[in-house]
Design a binder for this molecule. Structure first.
Ligand code: ZN
Length: 452
């Protein structure tokens, strides 16, 4: 057991670089303290510290400040801790200015539920959150976890409603689905257009399910304007953020939204919800499934030659719309030269015919490139169609309304010349949906909310 003085604790906590780290240390030190702004009640109070502090926060802070506490020991604090001392440490914490994260948002909201009264919330914590609205995951985590304080009856609903309204109004201009990664932290990536799977997105997408949860909480707090603002903002941003972020965010968001709407018995017959689903699904289809690759109209390919005599013959063959194969009966060095020119081509096969001397290089045109692209497209098409169906028939018919068939069949990305994708059965005719009492109606249906 290591004994710590107030002075060394002050140094230790002031060396903890994060909001969540400092709040965890304070919470571990004195789990029962509560912060009130009224001076008369705070000045003379002391808090009995916890007998021993979990080593994690202490180890962390002491590593930074110098005194070493090694191993798995616990630190103990002797004597009483004045409330003023804790209040001063919280004040310092709320002056930290750095790139706040989701963890900080969670810690701050939990701290409110455990240790702070409404006055502290409005006068100290709210201005701090509003000052950092450019950190969308931080703000979202703070609001989501603040709402949980209401559910566990540590916070009054009206207080949470006011905080939500205030914070969402402040963040309207800053809300982003994709956080910028600072250029010095940006990882070296190489863009390869033929293999998008290896392309790392330069920015971090937010969690779609978190946004769905937040929207559900806003609805249950009666914040209609704020919900419409967030829905509209989200649908617009999906057109501009990276394709990988659209892929990452869209379906978890829609699934979570349907889930919270169902849980809350929310009426889906709402033009704002319909518009949102139609816009988001149309964007997801266009940006992530993309247009079906059209089969080449003839056999012509791009020339690959260097301009030498052999290459001119090669290019005449490659650019011909009708020639499918060609034979080059030439000596080995010249055959090797032609093969090198064709190294990057995926639409050709090459064999060496050793029947007679000189051997022949036989080049045959294929549609391998197009076929590969089309198979990849079919996979994207099928996965998206399957996920759309897993969202729930009745809900989708209601929300997609007049665009139901068009969107569920992904018509926008299908080329008119190729037949239907195998494995995708056509949709059943649209049933007439009565737009009353969705809560009771949905109870009879099980929506698969699991990921593919
Ligand atoms: Zn050449």
């Amino acid at each position: 057991m290591v004994s710590l003085t107030h002075a060394s604790l002050t140094v230790a906590i002031s060396h903890t670089p994060t909001v969540h780290g400092r709040l965890a240390a304070l919470d571990a030190l004195a789990p029962d303290f509560s912060l009130h702004l009224s001076k008369s009640s705070a000045s003379n109070r002391t808090v009995r510290p916890t007998a021993s502090i979990p080593i994690e926060p202490v180890l962390k802070v002491t590593n930074a400040s110098g005194p070493q506490i090694g191993g798995d020991v616990h630190a103990s604090v002797d004597g009483m801790i004045p409330s003023d001392w804790i209040a001063a440490r919280v004040d310092e914490t709320l002056r930290l200015d750095y790139e706040l994260t989701k963890k900080d948002g969670v810690a701050l909201a939990d701290f409110v539920g455990k240790h702070a009264d409404d006055t502290w919330l409005f006068q100290e914590i709210l201005p701090y959150v509003k000052k950092h609205t450019e950190r969308t995951p931080f703000v979202m985590a703070f609001l989501i976890h603040l709402y949980e304080q209401v559910e566990s009856e540590k916070l009054i609903r009206d207080v949470a409603t006011n905080v939500f309204r205030d914070v969402l109004f402040s963040m309207a201009a800053d809300f982003t689905l994709e956080e910028k990664v600072e250029s010095n932290k940006r990882q070296q990536t190489t863009y390869c257009s033929s293999s998008p799977a290896f392309y790392e997105p330069p920015n971090h997408p937010i969690e779609g399910s978190d946004l769905g949860t937040l929207l559900g909480q806003c609805i249950s707090l009666g914040l209609t304007n704020e919900v419409e603002m967030l829905l509209d903002n989200t649908a617009s941003q999906l057109n501009n953020i990276s394709e990988s972020s659209v892929n990452y965010i869209t379906f978890p968001l829609l699934k979570q939204l349907l889930h919270v709407w169902k849980e809350g018995g929310v009426d889906l017959a709402n033009p704002a919800y319909e518009t949102f689903f139609q816009r988001v699904i149309a964007t997801k289809i266009m940006r992530c499934v993309k247009m079906e690759p059209v089969m080449p109209a003839d056999w012509s390919q791009r020339p690959q030659g260097c301009g030498c005599e052999d290459c001119r013959k090669l290019d005449r063959f490659l650019t011909s719309p009708t020639a499918k194969f060609e034979r080059f009966a030439i000596k080995e060095s010249r055959r090797k030269h032609l093969e090198r020119q064709l190294n990057s081509c995926s639409n050709l096969s090459r064999t060496t015919d050793r029947g007679r001397s000189p051997y022949s290089l036989v080049i045959t045109k294929s549609r391998g490139g197009w076929r590969g692209e089309h198979q990849a497209w079919e996979t994207r098409f099928r996965n998206t169609a399957r996920t759309l169906r897993s969202l729930g028939d009745d809900e989708m018919k209601q929300l997609l309304a007049g665009r139901w068939e068009e969107l569920m069949e992904l018509r926008a990305v299908k080329s008119s010349t190729t037949p239907a994708v195998s494995g995708i059965t056509p949709l059943a005719p649209k049933r007439n949906i009565q737009r009353v009492g969705p809560a009771s109606k949905f109870k009879r249906h099980i929506v698969d909310l699991t990921d593919d």
